[in-house]
Each structure stands twice: as C-alpha cells, then as structure tokens.
Design a protein. Structure first.
Length: 380
C-alpha cells in the first residue's frame, strides 16, 4: 500500500504507520509505502493523522508511446474491482513527457474501462466524480504507469469537524504534521494566532486520543465489493474514545472574537471544546502558562491575509516570544522568508515544507530563561 502525504512529514507518517503495525515501511517523496492486511488498511484510514490518502497499487507497466495507454488499460480485467452497475472516477497525476494533460489521460482510461464492460455486457459503469464505488488513481512518471485503488475516498484531511473555513485555513494533515514535528507530548502547547483553530483542535484530538475517523466520516473502501463491515465496526469501536472533561494543556487565542467563535465551533464538532483553553486578545496582550512548553504559530504570510506591515508584525512576534515565553521552544510556520528575518531570534531547526503550492519554512527558536546554560532542553 501507499500512504500519500505532504512534503516534509514523510518521516512522521512512517513512524505513525510503524505504530499501527505496518511492515516494509519506505518513506518516499510525499508518500510512504508499506505492507499490511485488510485490518491495517481500515485502521490506517481510521487512525492516521498525517496521511492524505491510502492507495492500493494493482497494476504497473511501461508505456512505449502515448497510443499504448488505451490498449494497456483495456487489457486489464476490471471485473475484479467493479461491476457494470457500479460507478467509477479516475484521478490522474503526471510527471511525464508522454502526456501533458491529465484530463486527456483520465478520459482515455475511462473509455478503456467502460468499453470493456460495454463489449461484454452491452452496458457500462457510469462515472460519478463525487462518490463513486471505485476511484482509480493513475500516476504516470516518465514512461511508467501505476494504477491504484483509492481506499480513502475523500482526502483524509477532511476530518468532518470544520464546517466553515477562515480566510487562510491550514490543512488538517499539515497541522497534525507540524505538531508532531515539534515533538510535543504533555507540556503546554500555545497557538496565540489560532485563526479557525486547526492547530489547537488537532493537538487536542491527539492528546485526547481521538482518531480522525471517530468523527464519523466515510471511506472509499466501504463501497467496495469485498468490504468487511464487521471488521471495520470492530476497529471503529475497539476502544471508547476520550470522554474526560479535564482541560488539556492546549491554549488558543486570536484577536478576533468571530474567529474564536468559529474555532470553538470546530473544537465542539471535534469533541474537544472543553479541553482547549480559548481566549480572545491581541498576541501582545497574551499571558502564557507559567509552565514552559511549545509555541506553535502560523502567522500571515502576506498572501491571503495582508497585514499593514508584514515585517513589523514578525518583529512584534519575535519581541513577544523573547519577553513572555522564556523557557519555551517556539515554532513558526511561514511562507514569507523575508518576513521571518525580522523575528530577531536565533533559529534552530529549519524544515523546508509547503502550504499548498507555496514553499514554506518551519523554524524552531529556543527561548532561554536566564543564562544559556540554564535553559530547558529543546523538546523538538
């Protein structure tokens, strides 16, 4: 199987797969390959916080020229995977000189599949782009085509708790990956620019051990012919998810009351609203917990949210961290390298990442309390 993910969190996903019992784990570019059975397939979709999709490769071949695609797809016995009354969708990713238009490739693959059924039965499966019985993923790299079944359906970042987006929402998988990259465990985690709340909600779900799948979303494999409903129900109910109302060490604040209300709504949908310490204030007025921990923020980049002076904003952030968060480790995720220079703190780790198509950096800063010798260990 192959778990798709985002650039920069492949190693985190590999660790998560190992914890689920996967074998033959190999980190790739924006993906991790692994081996497992049907139970692991279901558990991976249900539990993984840092995967976008779980694919099952079914065929791979070399294409000599662009005209060979239709004949190759037509040669595969598609009755193994869908019936004439089922629906299908085709997703295509290209890194090839043979083909340059993904829609053309998707049309060719669809034609070959449905023509096979039409010739044999006089009828053909229909296309359903929204909720098909079978979603076929085709990846063409150079002259190699890999065909996979998409077991996830909707991307796994769609947890089900976010009903309305803020002006610059952070992908849930990316937020979970950032949290895990900090090494955060049980110390306070502070996001004083929380926006619609993705970082604190993902952190609280981790601390509360609520799997993403526990929020009730569906999966592509549930429409497959060999779907084992009893096995999936066993996985979904293998433990009673967190119900303790004790507040967790997760702290979230934002300057906008409306944004905080939105973040609280998302936390409520995720069943963690009682476990997050919400506050409305400007970050300069924020008073952090006295126990040192982790600061994790995703400030504006000057793209979709444009402050009056982006450089001054980052300088203010640096001043606030230096004055109020002594003993903490701060992490800033940003797509504005020039603005980051104004933080005015000595960076530690610098991790290249992306937010969508935008190149970003995830940078840590150790905020010493007193002399350098007396600072707390960097938990990152």
């Amino acid at each position: 199987m192959v778990a798709k993910t985002l650039f920069g969190i492949e190693a985190v996903l590999a660790d998560d797969l190992a914890a689920l019992g996967a074998s033959d784990i190999k980190p790739l570019n924006r993906a991790v390959s692994f081996t497992g059975d049907t139970r692991l397939l279901y558990r991976s979709n249900f539990h993984l916080r840092t995967a976008l999709k779980i694919l099952i490769p079914i065929h791979e071949s070399e294409l000599k020229d662009e005209n060979q695609l239709y004949d190759y797809i037509r040669s595969i016995s598609w009755e193994k995977y869908l019936g004439v009354d089922d629906t299908l969708a085709i997703e295509v990713a290209l890194k090839s000189d043979l083909y340059t238009h993904s829609q053309f490739v998707a049309q060719k693959i669809k034609d070959a599949v449905v023509d096979q059924f039409r010739d044999k039965y006089g009828r053909r499966p229909s296309v359903d782009l929204e909720s098909p019985h079978v979603r076929i993923n085709a990846y063409i790299r150079n002259k190699t085509i890999t065909l996979s079944l998409d077991s996830s359906g909707d991307p796994l970042y769609r947890r089900g708790y976010r009903f309305r987006q803020g002006p610059a929402p952070l992908n849930e998988v990316l937020a979970a990956g950032l949290i895990k990259l900090t090494g955060w465990k049980s110390v306070p985690l502070v996001d004083f620019m929380c926006g619609s709340g993705t970082i604190p909600v993902e952190a609280a779900m981790m601390a509360a051990e609520i799997p993403p799948g526990a929020l009730g979303r569906g999966y592509g494999f549930q429409k497959w012919r060999d779907y084992d409903k009893d096995l999936f129900q066993e996985i979904a109910h293998e433990k009673k998810w967190y119900s303790n109302k004790t507040r967790l060490p997760v702290y979230a604040s934002d300057i906008s009351p409306e944004t905080i209300r939105l973040a609280m709504s998302h936390a409520r949908n995720a069943r963690v609203v009682d476990q997050i310490n919400f506050q409305t204030c400007h970050f300069n007025d924020y008073v952090p917990p006295s126990e040192p921990g982790i600061v994790l923020i995703n400030p504006p980049y000057g793209e979709r949210i444009i402050p009056d002076d982006i450089n001054s904003l980052y300088a203010e952030i640096g001043d606030k961290l230096k004055k109020s968060f002594q003993g903490y480790t701060a992490w800033i995720f940003s797509g504005n390298p020039d603005a980051l220079k104004n933080v005015g703190l000595k960076p530690g780790k610098k991790i290249p990442m992306f937010n969508g198509q935008l190149a970003c950096r995830f940078i840590s800063y150790s905020l010493y309390s007193g002399s350098k010798k007396s600072h707390i260990p960097d938990r990152s």
